[in-house]
Design a protein around this ligand. Structure first.
Ligand code: COA
Ligand code: MG
Length: 287
């Protein structure tokens, strides 16, 4: 999936708007964008939105971001929203594969209780929100078959580090956040799940967003988090492979299919071997 649009879970107005934003997935948020006093109302609004959206002929995937495991809220969040069968749960402040296994077990109990198909609910983990979590980025492999992606975040991490800002003088992410970004990419590849790039919080700056999207795609991210509907088309466009790229990937796959014994082939004067084939297959799978 290319675009994941966050929507505050207590805002019916924004949820209605987000459903038509063209995002591949929405993340109905029960965590940081919802005030403590509104948590309970947000659960009910989100669950109702999930139930209503189920009858739409076309809709984005619907994920819910629950509150972190070190709050006392996660169980009650799941109790309410799992009844409506979300496509996935976003786990904030995940600290390695252990936390993913933990929430996977909580999800499994509710799938059974509410008569949902076992294993249908996916997990996207936000995996860099504390310094401790950054050191656990290599531990997600085998944590749960539900895990489909790792996303990184710079806002909570900068708070954990006691930083004044997470950007340098040029506006680019400062070194600690670039490290977290790179380790997320490596951790996701090691766990064989999608890497998802963080939000661009300056939501009016679509040129800056496009530049971040291009860099993320170049490095291997599958998609990006969004916080505003205007960001969605930019993300979708950048992360969708072009027709030329698809044609080139097809040519590579076909060349190896024609000659299954070959380890290396030449296409348009370029040496193509196994890593190229792997990349081509992945691009076709994403398209
Ligand atoms: N989903 C759906 N609709 C959204 C939206 C979102 N994430 N962000 C903005 N909109 C809507 C607004 O409600 C407004 O609609 P309206 O004119 O019908 O009221 C329209 O899009 C234009 O919004 P705009 O005026 O440009 O922005 P804003 O000042 O209303 O909102 C934010 C700015 C940041 C508060 C808002 O984008 C937002 O809530 N984003 C999500 C925050 C979040 O979930 N954070 C947690 C993850 S980091
Ligand atoms: Mg946060």
């Amino acid at each position: 999936m290319r675009s994941y649009l966050f929507v505050p879970g207590d805002s019916e107005r924004k949820i209605a708007k987000a459903l038509d934003a063209g995002a591949d997935a929405l993340i109905l948020d029960l965590e940081d964008s919802v005030a403590p006093s509104a948590k309970e109302a947000a659960r009910a609004v989100a669950a109702q939105a999930l139930a209503d959206a189920a009858s739409r002929p076309q809709r984005p995937r619907l994920y819910v971001r629950v509150n972190a495991l070190d709050t006392t809220l996660t169980g009650a969040d799941l109790d309410t929203v799992m009844r409506a069968g979300p496509d996935g749960i976003v786990l904030p402040k995940a600290c390695g594969g252990r936390d993913v296994s933990h929430i996977a077990a909580m999800i499994a109990v509710r799938e059974a209780e509410y008569g949902l198909e076992d294993g249908r609910t996916r997990i996207l983990a936000i995996a860099t929100e504390t310094a401790k979590a950054v050191f656990a980025l290599g531990t997600f492999g085998g944590a749960s078959h539900r895990l489909t992606g790792l996303a990184w975040g710079a806002e909570d991490l900068s708070a954990d580090l006691g930083a004044e800002t997470n950007r340098d003088e040029t506006g680019a992410f400062a070194q600690p956040y670039r490290l977290a970004r790179a380790l997320t990419l490596l951790g996701a590849a090691a766990a064989e799940v999608d890497a998802v790039d963080t939000v661009h919080t300056a939501f009016r700056d679509l040129d800056g967003l496009a530049a971040e999207c291009r860099a993320a795609r170049r490095d291997g991210f599958a998609g990006k988090l969004a916080i505003h509907p205007a960001q969605v088309p930019v993300i979708n466009e950048t992360f969708a492979p072009t027709t030329e790229e698809i044609a080139k990937a097809r040519a590579i796959v076909e060349a190896f299919e024609r000659d299954p014994g070959a380890g290396v082939v030449a296409i348009d004067g370029e040496m193509i071997d196994m890593p190229h084939l792997k990349r081509a297959r992945r691009l076709l799978a994403r398209s």
